[in-house]
Design a protein around this ligand. Structure first.
Ligand code: GDP
Ligand code: MG
Length: 177
């Protein structure tokens, strides 16, 4: 059964500065970085034991600018599941997620691709928030049929939840606990 493979590749995509690297760092290394590093592409690896079964997660961090379209195409082609991140204080980053999602569905030639949309930086005050939860959640869950997670990499809120949701959608028989 192909769904039961224990090695799994997740790619994290989104506009520059939305917190992709911060999410990965918080998830894998329990660490939040204040500095902003412009990543080109970085592959992280995490090993987990679920009910005695070892699951290897390859987590690909990407650059928001995507100055190399071929790299993005390759990242999409080689990944099993997609974490698309936007920042709640930057409405244009939600537009970037919209475009990325369309490109992924086109390239995968499928509507059934494991995908979670992350509203990051929910720790910023409501006054700085430009995209409300209800609007975003309705677009993502109702219109698109994808998973939606409100998170803060800074405060480590719902970071594990992102990866739980992506594994759940991927029909991985083991759940993160
Ligand atoms: P990337 O370009 O998407 O990888 O973004 P980074 O992870 O490098 O984060 C960009 C900036 O946003 C950095 O200064 C982070 O410290 C900051 N940042 C990341 N996540 C959060 C968050 O949840 N809340 C807040 N307030 N800042 C964040
Ligand atoms: Mg980064």
């Amino acid at each position: 059964n192909d769904n039961r493979k224990s090695r799994f590749r997740i790619v994290v995509m989104g506009a520059a500065g939305v917190g992709k690297s911060a999410i990965i760092s918080q998830f894998l290394y329990d660490h939040f970085q204040i500095e902003y590093n412009e990543t080109i592409e970085e592959l992280h690896q995490g090993e987990y034991d679920f009910d005695g079964t070892r699951l290897t997660l390859d987590i690909l961090d990407t650059a928001g600018a995507y100055s190399f379209p071929a790299m993005r195409e390759l990242a999409i082609a080689t990944s099993d599941a997609f974490v698309l991140v936007y920042s709640v204080d930057d409405e244009s980053s939600f537009e970037a997620v919209t475009k990325l999602r369309e490109q992924i569905l086109t390239e995968k030639n499928s509507n059934d691709v494991p995908m979670v949309i992350v509203a990051n930086k929910t720790d910023v005050g409501d006054d700085k928030r430009s995209l409300g939860r209800e609007t975003a959640e309705s677009i993502v869950c109702v219109d698109w049929g994808n998973g939606y997670v409100e998170a803060s990499a800074k405060n480590n809120v719902n970071i594990v939840g992102i990866f739980k949701e992506i594994l759940r959608q991927s029909k991985i028989p083991y759940a993160l606990s």
